[in-house]
Design a protein around this ligand. Structure first.
Ligand code: A2P
Length: 277
C-alpha cells in the first residue's frame, strides 16, 4: 500500500490526508480499534472530549508502540466547556486523559451560536497554540459566518474545519469559503456512515469500473477534492481498505457522476441550531 503524503496546513504543520475516526467507539473497543488502525498504517487519530473515549484512545496510542512524533492526534472541546478559562481547563483534562503533553490539532467541536462563547474559546485556543500545548488550532461544524466572526474578532482563521461531508452532502459553498481562507476541510462521516449511500447505482458502477469498493470510490473522491477524511471502522479489513486509495484516480466523468449524488442531506446536526446535550 502506498503511504499517503501529508497535506500542508497554513501554520506550517502538516496533516495526514486519511485518518481514523473513533466515534462512537468507547472503552476497550476504542483502544483496540486505535491500536489496530495504527498498526494498519493510520497516523491521524480523531477523538473528542464528548466521545467519552479519550482515555481509551490514549491506551491504544501507547499500545501501538509508535513513537509520539509520528502520530497526529486530534481532540475537540466540548460545548459545556466554552468560554476562555473553561477551555484552558478542558484542554488540560483532555491531554491528561489522552496521556499526552501536546495535541496535534485541537478543535472547537460545535459553534453553539446561541451560547455565544466560541470566540472566547478561540482566544484560549490561540493561547494554547502560543504555549506549544497544541500544534494546530481549528474548528468543527463551523459555518462560513462563524469563521468570519473568528477572523473579524481575533484576526486568526482556523487551519482546519471538520464538518459533515460525503457525496450526499458535498458542502460546496463551505468548501469554497474554506479554500478562499486557506482552511483545510476535514470530512466527518466521510462514508455517510456506511449506509444507503454506498449502495447507490453510481457507486456500484464506479466501483466496478475501477475494481475498487464503493467506500474506496467515496474516499478517493474526498482525496481528489482536497479533503482530509476520517472514516471509522471497527473491522481490520475495512480499515485497510479505507486507507488503500492512493494508487488510483477518478476521471472527470466519474467526478461529475458523483456530483449528482449531492442532495444537501445532513445525517447530523445543523451547526446553527445544534445544542450538545
Ligand atoms: P464498521 O465499523 O463495521 O466497518 P463514517 O466514517 O462515514 O461515519 O462510516 C462509518 C460506518 O461505515 C461504520 O458503520 C462502519 O462499519 C462502516 N464502514 C467503514 N468502512 C467501510 C467500508 N469500507 N465499507 C462499508 N462500510 C464501511
Amino acid at each position: 500500500m502506498s503511504t499517503p503524503p501529508p497535506r500542508g496546513l497554513r501554520d506550517g504543520n502538516s496533516i495526514p490526508p486519511m485518518g481514523f475516526g473513533t466515534w462512537p467507539l468507547t472503552g476497550d473497543a476504542a483502544a483496540v480499534a486505535v491500536e489496530t488502525a495504527l498498526r494498519t498504517g493510520y497516523r491521524l487519530i480523531d477523538t473528542a472530549a464528548r466521545y467519552d473515549n479519550e482515555e481509551a484512545v490514549g491506551r491504544g496510542l501507547r499500545a501501538s508502540g509508535i513513537p509520539r512524533a509520528e502520530l497526529f492526534v486530534t481532540t475537540k472541546l466540548a460545548g459545556a466547556d466554552h468560554g476562555y478559562d473553561a477551555t484552558l481547563r478542558a484542554f488540560d483534562a483532555s491531554a491528561r486523559r489522552l496521556g499526552l503533553e501536546t495535541v496535534d490539532l485541537y478543535l472547537i467541536h460545535w459553534p453553539l451560536p446561541a451560547r455565544n462563547l466560541y470566540v472566547d474559546s478561540w482566544r484560549a485556543f490561540l493561547r494554547l497554540k502560543e504555549e506549544g500545548r497544541v500544534r494546530s488550532v481549528g474548528v468543527s461544524n463551523f459555518e462560513p459566518e462563524h469563521i468570519r466572526r473568528l477572523v473579524d474578532e481575533t484576526g486568526v482563521a482556523p487551519v482546519v474545519n471538520q464538518v459533515e461531508l460525503h457525496p450526499d452532502f458535498a458542502q460546496q459553498t463551505l468548501r469554497e469559503d474554506a479554500a478562499s481562507r486557506g482552511i483545510v476541510v476535514e470530512a466527518w462521516s466521510p462514508l455517510g456512515r456506511g449506509g444507503e449511500l454506498l449502495k447507490r447505482d453510481v457507486l456500484t458502477r464506479l466501483a466496478k469500473k475501477h475494481g475498487r469498493s464503493p467506500a474506496q470510490i467515496v474516499l478517493r473522491w474526498h482525496v481528489e477534492l482536497g479533503n482530509v477524511a476520517i472514516p471509522k471502522s471497527q473491522n481490520p479489513q475495512r480499515m485497510k481498505e479505507n486507507l488503500d486509495v492512493f494508487d488510483f484516480q477518478l476521471d472527470a466523468d466519474d467526478v461529475a457522476a458523483l456530483a449528482t449524488l449531492d442532495r444537501g442531506h445532513r445525517l447530523g446536526g445543523d451547526p446553527n441550531v445544534y445544542v450538545e446535550l
